[in-house]
Design a protein around this ligand. Structure first.
Ligand SMILES: [Zn+2]
Length: 413
């Protein structure tokens, strides 16, 4: 193969000059039997099936035999310089067939690919950046440029591209000789001058490309740059054009309609409404934190007061269950208790399964209280795990409240 276009002396490549040719007559010049179960390979004297290349996937479609039988063409590919059409059933050599390209798939790909040329050409002209990576999938086309672009610059390029689409500028194909190619200025990933095919969006872009293209920009429909981000010092962007742009818009509009309904917002103001809501949520979150803090203080005051009434000498080990705070609140509660109570405080916070716990004792009794031994004992008895210092141990347990209370009933004097 000399380059991406292949070297096909036996097959006329109809797609190269007519991107809209979706039905063609041809003769089967060779039939290849593939290994068992893999189907057949057909070579034709002429074809409109694009075998893939330049970032665009191969076509699929059907072959209709002279007897009217439809045979699926799963894909086409260039192998040993020949365009091979892969089929599920055989067709005899010498048979006259009609080739039928999967129209929707091909047109959607040509819309995306044409829009990619247009965007790349505009960015090259305006900023001097090259398209250094290009990948087309069913849902989007991803392009890498070797320079940074701001949101504003990208929207300006997108707007200009859509104006050019609306102007329905011709897209033409030419095959310059190596001498002519050397004298021309065009975008190309490879330094090639031989067997070159140039695709021109007249006045806006010239690019070496092997893929079929739509004959004018109006057929691209529209182009939208759906996302962009800095990538290896340059910019990676995703775009959709034509029918894919419609599909993308349709999904977004569906999502926007749900937001409009939920927030009773006008069609183009959902972002303002969502911003108001997130601002309100942030202030509610602050309010919530403050309320939790106040509640924790109230609860811990009452718990500490209760412990003092029950055991004024502070000899006990007291289990306290609290469901109003998070672990930070629980720590506050424990600190508040140990600031007045001289015994050991074991505080529990209900979790999705089991409890989180903090065992603590006032500083003066850290050495004598045996907190770590108590925690080890608890972890063994109540399927817990955790660790800490002689002053404070934190952990979790899978045990239920009754089981925990039984453990502490045995421990308390
Ligand atoms: Zn191309």
């Amino acid at each position: 193969m000399k380059n991406e276009r292949g070297d096909n002396p036996n097959t006329a490549l109809l797609y190269e000059t007519d991107g809209l040719l979706m039905e063609f007559e041809a003769v089967v010049t060779e039939r290849i039997c593939l290994p068992e179960g893999k189907g057949y390979g057909l070579i034709l004297d002429r074809t409109a099936f694009f075998p893939g290349g330049g970032g665009q996937e191969s076509d699929s479609g059907y072959i209709r035999t002279s007897g009217g039988k439809g045979i699926r063409v799963t894909r086409a590919a260039v192998s040993d310089g020949k365009v091979i059409h892969y089929t599920e059933e055989p067709v005899d050599e010498g048979e006259r067939i009609t080739g039928l390209i999967d129209r929707k798939q091909r047109i959607s790909r040509m819309q995306d690919h044409g829009a990619e040329h247009l965007i790349s050409g505009l960015i090259h002209e305006r900023f001097g950046y090259d398209n250094v990576g290009f990948h087309m999938s069913k849902d989007e086309t991803v392009i890498d440029f070797n320079g940074p672009l701001s949101e504003e610059q990208i929207r300006q390029i997108e707007q200009r591209a859509n104006e050019i689409i609306c102007e329905n500028v011709p897209v033409t194909v030419s095959f310059p000789s190596p001498k002519e190619a050397k004298a021309l200025s065009y975008r190309s990933k490879l330094d090639l001058y031989e067997n070159i095919r140039l695709v021109s969006i007249e006045g806006f872009d010239v690019c070496a490309c092997c893929a079929p293209h739509l004959p004018s920009t109006g057929l691209f429909g529209s182009v939208m740059i759906t996302s962009h981000m800095p990538h290896r010092g340059g910019t990676r962007m995703s775009l959709v054009a034509g029918i894919n742009a419609y599909d993308d818009h349709s999904k977004l509009a569906g999502s926007n309609a749900k937001i409009m309904e939920m927030l009773s917002s006008p069609r183009y103001e959902t972002d303002e409404f969502v911003k108001d809501m997130t601002d309100r949520m942030a202030s509610l979150r602050e309010e919530n934190t403050e309320l939790k803090r106040k509640l924790t203080k109230l609860v811990s005051d009452s718990v500490a007061g209760g412990l003092l009434r029950e055991d004024p000498q502070g000899n006990g080990i007291r289990a306290v269950f609290c469901d109003v705070a998070d672990m930070t609140g629980l720590r506050e509660l424990v600190n508040n208790c140990t600031s007045v109570y001289k015994g050991v405080v074991c505080a529990f916070l209900k979790k999705e399964s089991g409890f989180g716990y903090i065992f603590s004792v006032c500083k003066g009794r850290a050495q004598s209280a045996g907190l770590k031994e108590l925690a080890d004992d608890f972890n063994r008895s109540c399927r817990g795990k955790g660790g800490g210092s002689p002053l404070m141990v934190t952990g979790t347990t899978e045990a239920g409240r009754e089981e925990i209370e039984r453990f502490f009933a045995q421990k308390s004097p």
